[in-house]
Design a protein around this ligand. Structure first.
Ligand code: NAP
Length: 317
């Protein structure tokens, strides 16, 4: 079986996802839903367009990929689940943990597969990171950042779109720290807010045993966008951009260095779709690589950082 995807939204990431899946996998994107019938029909050659999201979710596609702005992820996911469709929903999974729980609860009630499209988790170099962790000794510290100059993108500077660096970019280093060290016991964060969105923020996550992760995100300057996992025996460095397929090096305290060159071809968004298909076929309802409970904890972490830096979106007030 090769699944037929339906995509909600006709923006930038929808196009990237469709290209990567159609070029590099056996799966197809069979249909696209847009709020505008003309956009739906002209978006991608050979793919059926529906002039509403309702029509798409009620069509004969096997699964829905949600590629709309953050503030409608919850609404769009619920729509698809109510139509009995399994869902892969873009990151951030929702705007806050309350929405994320609602989505996870409905998927459970409906017994449907639901997965956060945190595509990094499914990339081959991240699989290698998981394999290499025992080599590092005891992981004591993580440093990870994500910064891009994105002030020209309207949805990022608009609080009504749940804009800001944290939900769009900061979620990558945060999800990375969760993957390695789990949920932090304590979070301390500082941020810079302008016109209702966070331009940057930094957070220290504290864990038992004196371990820490230092996270930084910024959207009006380019930062290194690298990550390092620092252990008692060695450290693993992930080059820019650490959340995409990239080079890595393992640096032992005794001076030995092992290089891992990136040989991946294509964007990489397809890996989460391939994994999703495997889970769908095997009847799994959530991803062992990123279970719903962890997605909700990550949203709680984003809520906590927003609370500490004083960022509330207009529709939350
Ligand atoms: N995984 C990644 O690497 C990655 C990269 C970029 C973005 N993303 C995520 O993907 C999501 C979409 O980002 P994007 O950059 O693709 O956004 P975008 O280019 O602005 O497109 C979003 C699409 O959503 C639809 N939409 C539904 N409600 C909307 C509303 N109220 N305002 C505007 N558009 C609305 C629109 O399609 P119709 O008009 O056809 O309905 C629009 O084309 C975001 O949550 C973002 O975090 C992920």
């Amino acid at each position: 079986m090769s699944i037929k995807w339906g995509v909600i939204g006709t923006g930038g990431i929808a196009r990237e996802f469709i290209s990567d899946v159609m070029t590099h996998t056996e799966m197809t994107v069979a249909a696209i839903g847009s709020r505008n019938p003309e956009k739906a029909n002209s978006f991608f050659p050979g793919i059926k367009g529906y002039g509403s999201y309702e029509e798409l979710v009620n069509s004969d596609v096997d699964a829905i990929y949600i590629a709309t702005p953050h503030q409608v992820h919850c609404e769009n996911t619920l729509l698809a689940l109510y139509a009995d469709k399994p869902v892969l929903c873009e990151k951030p999974f929702a705007v806050n943990a309350k929405e994320a729980k609602k989505m996870a609860d409905l998927a459970k009630t409906k017994n449907l597969l639901l997965m956060e499209a945190m595509w990094t988790r499914y990339l081959p170099h991240i699989q290698k990171v998981r394999e290499l962790l025992p080599e590092l000794g005891e992981v004591k510290n993580i440093q990870a950042d994500h910064g891009q100059s994105l002030m020209h993108i309207k949805r990022l500077t608009d609080p009504n779109y749940a804009g800001g660096a944290l939900l769009d970019l900061g979620i990558y280093p945060i999800s990375f720290a969760f993957m390695v060290l789990g949920k932090p016991e304590k979070i301390t964060a500082k941020g810079v807010i302008e016109n209702g969105v966070d331009l940057q923020s930094s957070a220290i996550f504290e864990y038992s045993g004196g371990r820490q992760a230092v996270i930084n995100t910024v959207m009006n300057a380019k930062s290194p966008t690298t990550a390092s996992i620092n252990g008692t025996r060695a450290r693993l460095e992930l080059s820019n951009s650490f959340y995409r397929p990239t080079d890595m090096r393992l640096i032992y305290d005794d001076g030995r260095i092992v290089e891992f060159k990136n040989e991946y071809r294509g964007h990489g968004l397809r890996e989460q779709a391939i994994y999703f298909e495997k889970m769908l076929i095997s009847g799994k309802k959530e991803s062992p690589l990123l279970p719903m409970s962890e997605t909700v904890e990550i949203m709680e972490c984003l809520d906590e950082i927003r609370n500490q830096i004083g960022l509330k979106y207009p529709f939350e007030k």
